[in-house]
Ligand binder design. Structure first.
Ligand code: BTN
Length: 279
């Protein structure tokens, strides 16, 4: 049996308890089998992904969540803005028995789970391939999946999810491409409820994925994927190519049409932007 571990470090600031992340409360309403059943809560940490990787010996499904991150990591070496007490910054430690090539598919699965929850809450959420959830043309959630593997076997995967829930503090660069659920709805959202809903949805999708692969998810993923059928710039190693996104492959890569030929783009090192803006 897994257990709930509470690590509330240095709680120095005061906030309405209803809006702080408390390990006991977060886990008491959790209806998952194993995801988040071991839970580490931090007031401040460098990055929940880094912590999950350091603590990889924790049980499968352990979740690391923080009120703020001082070195939150995004894809392609970018920073993740982690405004204190406003967003959800969490990492899920997973030890699946799948081949390492399949690990990027977990980003798609996590993105779909988040997208479903946001839509259920009446946000017009879509997916910008591979890992951004956008609403109203701006990013509200990003996912960073990291893996350790040896000899063709996965040691662990860390799936980091950052959601702008009640965030308002975006700098000028971010303001044009990022938003939060609060900004979009005008109403403060309860991070605890969203946290529980996402873990539950993620677990459901993850278990189904382990059993049945990505195929059953692709129609829905494609339906919500706003990258498809749009003109995009694909940037890698300072080179940019303009293409049309036409499909998602069963290995999770994006199929683009470029100069009359089809090419597969894998998520690893590329940035995909709409030609007229962020999406
Ligand atoms: C991206 O869109 O570039 C991915 C952003 C991922 C951010 C989350 S926040 C929780 C976890 N810890 C990190 O350092 N990064 C991820």
């Amino acid at each position: 049996m897994s257990k709930t571990v509470s690590q509330n470090h240095n709680r120095e600031y005061t906030e309405n308890t209803e809006h702080t992340l408390d390990a006991e409360e977060l886990s008491s309403g959790l209806n998952t089998e194993f995801i988040g059943r071991t839970l580490f809560v931090f007031d401040e940490i460098d990055s929940t992904n880094t912590k999950a990787k350091q603590d990889f010996q924790s049980p499968d499904g352990s979740v690391f969540i923080a009120e703020t991150q001082t070195a939150g990591k995004g894809r392609l070496g970018r920073e993740w803005n982690s405004e204190k007490g406003s967003g959800i910054y969490m990492s899920i430690l997973l030890k699946p028995n799948i081949s390492p090539e399949k690990a990027p598919l977990l980003t798609l699965i996590a993105g779909l789970a988040v997208c479903r929850i946001m839509r259920r809450r009446n946000f017009s959420a879509s997916i910008k391939w591979p890992n951004d959830i956008v609403t109203d043309g701006k990013k509200v959630c990003g996912i960073l999946t990291e893996m350790s593997a040896e000899n063709g076997k996965i040691n662990y995967i860390v799936c980091g999810i950052g959601i702008n829930v009640n965030n308002t503090d975006f700098n000028d660069t971010l303001k044009v491409k990022a938003t939060s659920l609060f900004i979009e709805s005008g109403t403060k959202q309860c991070r605890k409820t969203i946290f529980r809903e996402i873990l539950h949805e993620f677990e459901k999708c993850y278990m189904h994925f382990l059993k049945n692969g990505i195929e059953p998810f692709l129609p829905e993923y494609k339906k919500y994927c706003i990258t498809l059928n749009s003109e995009i710039n694909v940037t890698a190693e300072n080179q940019s190519l303009r293409a049309t996104a036409v499909d998602i492959d069963s290995d999770g890569s994006l199929i683009v049409q470029y100069g009359g030929v089809l090419r597969k783009i894998s998520s690893g090192e590329v940035s995909v932007r709409g030609i007229y803006g962020y999406v």
